[in-house]
Design a protein around this ligand. Structure first.
Ligand SMILES: [Zn+2]
Length: 270
């Protein structure tokens, strides 16, 4: 069984402030990386216990500078996984292309504008107001799920705060296993499980989720596909304006249309 662990840092137990998620000289970030890596290890252990024979971890956290998509602590990672450092988000698809049985999403956060979503945002906390796939509001769980779905891979586990688990179940269905590691009290505050307890639950959740590979259908936003992004300022729209397949439909809004999600996504995002 081939399992893709796709991860972000904002949904890790104990993480509530931006300083824990990036910053070259941040002591808090170093602590956050360790908490993050250990939650990944918990998912890897659970996947192994369920029979996974090949586990590839892909960090999707834009930490800034050379730490972007490079927040995992390699010398702390479980030796039974391999990990990918991307240069651009959604760039690495090889493991999915060769056939992947399941994806496990660890440390996810809620979409931009979620009141009880700890550190909630969509792609860019500064620039992106909202994102829609064929009219359905989605966050980063939706993006990663659509990426997996492009190659027929179902998402079986999502971990993060309560808002993230609610969002993921709403998008992917009741067959999804979720592990709630904290409850947002606001954007920068939460009641959290201890790190050790969160890891126990993630390990168990990963193991349980992989018992039934058909519990969740691969996510497919629909064909043809229209991706709409509302930006927070017109400045940030400019960089996308002239990309092929992209139409500016309002002062802060673009749409990208194509026959399928992956084409619509890649023609505007890269
Ligand atoms: Zn992140």
């Amino acid at each position: 069984m081939r399992v893709h662990v796709i991860s972000d840092i904002e949904g890790v137990a104990g993480i509530v402030k931006w300083g824990q998620t990036g910053g070259e000289n941040s002591t808090l970030y170093h602590e956050g990386r360790k908490l993050y890596t250990e939650e990944i290890n918990a998912a890897v252990r659970g996947a192994k216990a369920a029979g996974a024979t090949e586990i590839v971890v892909m960090d999707c956290h834009g930490a800034g500078g050379d730490y972007t998509f490079n927040s995992l602590l390699p010398d702390l990672l479980d030796p039974d996984c391999e990990f990918v450092v991307q240069n651009e988000w959604t760039e690495y698809t090889e493991f999915l292309e060769h056939g992947c049985d399941a994806a496990l999403f660890v440390g996810m956060h809620a979409m931009a504008g979620t009141p009880d979503g700890v550190l909630s945002h969509t792609v860019s906390a500064q620039a992106w107001q909202s994102l829609r796939f064929n009219g359905v509001a989605v966050g980063e769980t939706g993006i990663n799920a659509a990426l997996c779905g492009t190659w027929g891979c179902p998402v079986l586990l999502v971990t993060g705060d309560r808002a993230t688990c609610r969002e993921a179940t709403g998008l992917l269905g009741e067959g999804l296993t979720t592990v709630e590691v904290k409850v947002g009290l606001g954007r920068f505050s939460a009641r959290s499980l201890s790190a050790v307890r969160a890891r126990e639950l993630i390990e168990d959740g990963a193991k349980r989720a992989l018992q039934d590979l058909s519990a969740v259908q691969p996510y497919e936003p629909g064909c043809p596909c229209e991706i709409q992004v509302d930006f927070t300022t017109a400045d940030r729209l400019e960089e996308y304006r002239n990309r092929r397949g992209v139409e500016v439909t309002g002062p802060l809004t673009i749409v990208s249309r194509a026959d399928d999600w992956w084409t619509a996504w890649s023609q505007f995002y890269f």
